[in-house]
Design a protein around this ligand. Sequence first.
Ligand SMILES: NC(=O)c1ccc[n+]([C@@H]2O[C@H](COP(=O)([O-])OP(=O)(O)OC[C@H]3O[C@@H](n4cnc5c(N)ncnc54)[C@H](O)[C@@H]3O)[C@@H](O)[C@H]2O)c1
Length: 316
Amino acid sequence: MPQKTEKLGRVLITGGTGFIGSNLVRNLTASGSAARIAVLDNEVLGNRSVLDGYDVEFIHGDIRDETTVRDAVKRSDTIVHLAADTRVMDSIENPAFNYENNVLGSVNLLLAMREFGVARLVNASTGGAILGEVPPPVHEDMVPRPLSPYGAAKLAVEGYCSAFAASYGLKIVSLRFSNVYGPLSFHKGSVVAAFLRNIMAGKPVTIYGDGSQIRDYVYVNDLCNGIVAALNSGVDGIYQLGTGIPTTLNELVVKMRDVTGHNNPFEVIYEDSRKGEIKDTYCNIDKARDAFGFNPDTSLPEGLTNTWNWFLDQRS
Ligand SMILES: NC(=O)c1ccc[n+]([C@@H]2O[C@H](COP(=O)([O-])OP(=O)(O)OC[C@H]3O[C@@H](n4cnc5c(N)ncnc54)[C@H](O)[C@@H]3O)[C@@H](O)[C@H]2O)c1
């Protein structure tokens, strides 16, 4: 039984009904490291039903709405900012919306933190989309060159976080997540969720490109442990969170064949690669390991098995 420390005080999670947020609620509840958990989400992608059975205050609201944000922030000690328009392809279709939602919404949050003296924030950022096409492993000292409006918005928010930390004494850490997968991801368009959904429905899976593209797949509970460890250690600045292990899409498919049934013969369709998606990325996680003991130790087969079992449970 973990010790109940409640060290983080009252934790506000924006986007807390989404994939990572709902996993973080479970993680914080199990570790007892929050005195109280509140979730602020407009439910465009998530849904409050994922919080059923958890002791959480749910606030239906939008991070672009100043009044809602001020009211939620002033009753918090620690904020984990996950709310975002998270789809790279949607950001290419509608960059204005992505800017308004992700940049203006985040600045709203920072303004409220400044106003009410709420100092501690984890900002969910991204490695690949910010850095663009650079030789992996990616690390925190690389020069960013985003390829999509989503990446540009995440970079802008990192900039505002840095500025608010320096100008107003806020304690902010931007964590650059690699490709996160795991339970509670049914609504996600990301590759593991999309493939498992199709496999479950007996449909083919589609790979854009030849399948040699490299990604770094990190299991969601390892990532949540990283978020909590970063908060507990009091670090600020920028950290990459992933596994440091490169996996090609074709290798992922082989692992999925194992996990979803003995050499499951689901069909794979190859189509042209899409604009805005980087070819190869995985990250160097030494900085996070050294600073707050980040230790993602769930193997890909183990994490995929947990995820697949969760998907199967949804069917019943
Ligand atoms: N999942 C990944 O692989 C990954 C990788 C890198 C970075 N990230 C970042 O981590 C964060 C969480 O990602 P996720 O995978 O849980 O995404 P998600 O899409 O599952 O969750 C995002 C949540 O934010 C909410 N939301 C969106 N706009 C909002 C607004 N204006 N006001 C209030 N709520 C709003 C949505 O309803 C949803 O519940 C995001 O900031 C994302 O960019 C995720």
